[in-house]
Design a protein around this ligand. Structure first.
Ligand SMILES: Nc1ncnc2c1ncn2[C@@H]1O[C@H](COP(=O)(O)OP(=O)(O)OP(=O)(O)O)[C@@H](O)[C@H]1O
Ligand SMILES: [Mg+2]
Length: 392
């Protein structure tokens, strides 16, 4: 595995003149509110550690004031840490001299904010090329590169317009194009889509996901919206009062929210559509029997053992050869029916379609085709009811 793009270790930021007392209180388990009440110091970020892997979209999520923006400002060193370490490409950014830091921010970390911060008197093309201009790239070359990214975000026909002639969603695309044009190795997006209406927002998420399919960038994305985080995040870190309370893939967080704070983000959201076959399967519902020429009525009966309706027949490499039903017990050479196998990562919608079309349970297999578990209609309904809660 590659080394991580960003490593954050024990990172703390206390705003105020005497952070030491605050750090000690925090180490003793005090909350941000307690620290403020006692010391007047404001906790921005406390003891945060995580890695961001090359090519992933790492989402920071949390309520207002939980420390998301402070954390990214610590990463690009607009804010000095009180304690802790930040490594980018294995390099400690604390040691980067000021001059280099400016170049680092300009070249290696592009920022996209909620406000587009476009220059009103300049054309869309010139705005998109701005980062390259600052970096000293000649006019022809920077306009060529900027045009290429405008193309990617669907704005090429508007290159000569002024920002004010564009809708909010389109202006945000210009902001995105400007960040992309310098071809940064790390993109930092702070609530980049939050000012947009839901439709435009989804559209921008799709633009980002499309871009990501073409060329995998490492992106740190701040959002206070769980659905956005779920849609675009490879992994999500959830922040509360300066701390990171949970890190995981969208699936992991849905399946296992760390506490009530995390759970509260799911209120009113139908989390079932993020489920996959792996979440819906059971590992012990269908008995298994080994494939052999000697499969006969009595071995089927022994496997079904009174209560089971079906058994899966498996070879020595845990590949499913078929399914036998209760009716096979009456036959001297039981018939093995081919069984539908679905991949562990199959999304809910496909699972539901296939399970309703199939009489026997479905077999769930991993990427190598090895058996993982079974899915039947009744169990799918049960899991869905749990996830949909009031939505059913
Ligand atoms: N320069 C500063 N001086 C003092 N306190 C600050 C400063 N910047 C941030 N804070 C405080 O640090 C805490 C974290 O703020 P931060 O802006 O990181 O939150 P956030 O999660 O980005 O919130 P939002 O969703 O509203 O953008 C807040 O209590 C905030 O008031
Ligand atoms: Mg913020």
């Amino acid at each position: 595995m590659n080394s991580p793009k960003v490593v954050v270790e024990g990172l703390c930021k206390v705003f105020g003149t005497s952070p030491k007392q605050a750090i000690d209180m925090l180490a003793g388990g005090a909350t941000k509110e307690e620290v403020f009440a006692r010391t007047g110091q404001i906790v921005g970020v406390h003891n945060v550690s995580f890695d961001v892997q090359e090519g992933e979209i790492f989402v920071l999520m949390g309520l207002s004031g939980s420390g998301k923006s402070t954390l990214i400002r610590l990463i690009n060193r607009l804010v000095e840490p009180t304690a802790g370490k930040i490594l980018i490409d294995g390099r400690d950014v604390a040691g980067v001299p000021r001059k280099e830091l400016i170049a680092l921010r300009r070249k290696d970390m592009s920022m996209v904010f909620q406000s587009f911060a476009l220059m009103p008197q300049r054309s869309v093309l010139s705005n998109a090329a701005f980062g390259l201009e600052v970096a000293g790239v000649g006019r022809k070359e920077r306009e060529r590169q900027a045009m290429a990214v405008l193309e990617q975000v669907g704005l090429a026909p508007f290159a000569q317009k002024l920002p004010a002639q564009l809708s909010g969603g389109m202006q945000q695309r210009v902001g995105l194009a400007r960040a992309l044009a310098v071809n940064p190795s790390l993109m930092i997006m702070d609530e980049a889509f939050s000012a947009l209406d839901p439709l435009k927002r989804k559209e921008m998420q799709n633009v980002l996901l499309d871009l990501q399919r073409e060329q995998q960038r490492t992106i740190l994305f701040v959002s206070h919206d769980l659905e956005e985080a779920m849609r675009i995040g490879t992994r999500i870190a959830i922040m509360e009062g300066g701390r990171v309370v949970q890190i995981g893939t969208p699936q992991e967080i849905i399946k296992n929210p760390a506490d009530d704070y995390v759970r509260a983000f799911f209120d009113g959201i139908d989390t079932s559509r993020y489920l996959t076959a792996g979440d819906l399967m059971q590992t012990d519902a269908v008995p298994l029997m080994n494939h052999s020429p000697q499969i006969d009525a009595s071995s089927v009966a022994a496997t079904l053992n009174g209560s089971a309706e079906y058994a899966f027949v498996m070879d020595s490499e845990r590949r499913i050869r078929g399914v036998v039903g209760r009716d096979a017990m009456g036959s001297a050479s039981p018939h093995i029916t081919p069984v539908e196998a679905i991949r562990y990562s199959t999304p809910l919608d496909d699972v539901v379609t296939r399970v309703t079309e199939s009489r026997a349970p479905l077999a769930v297999v991993d990427a190598d085709g090895a058996y993982c578990g079974s899915i039947n209609k009744a169990h799918v309904l049960k899991v869905l009811t749990r996830h949909r809660g009031s939505h059913v």
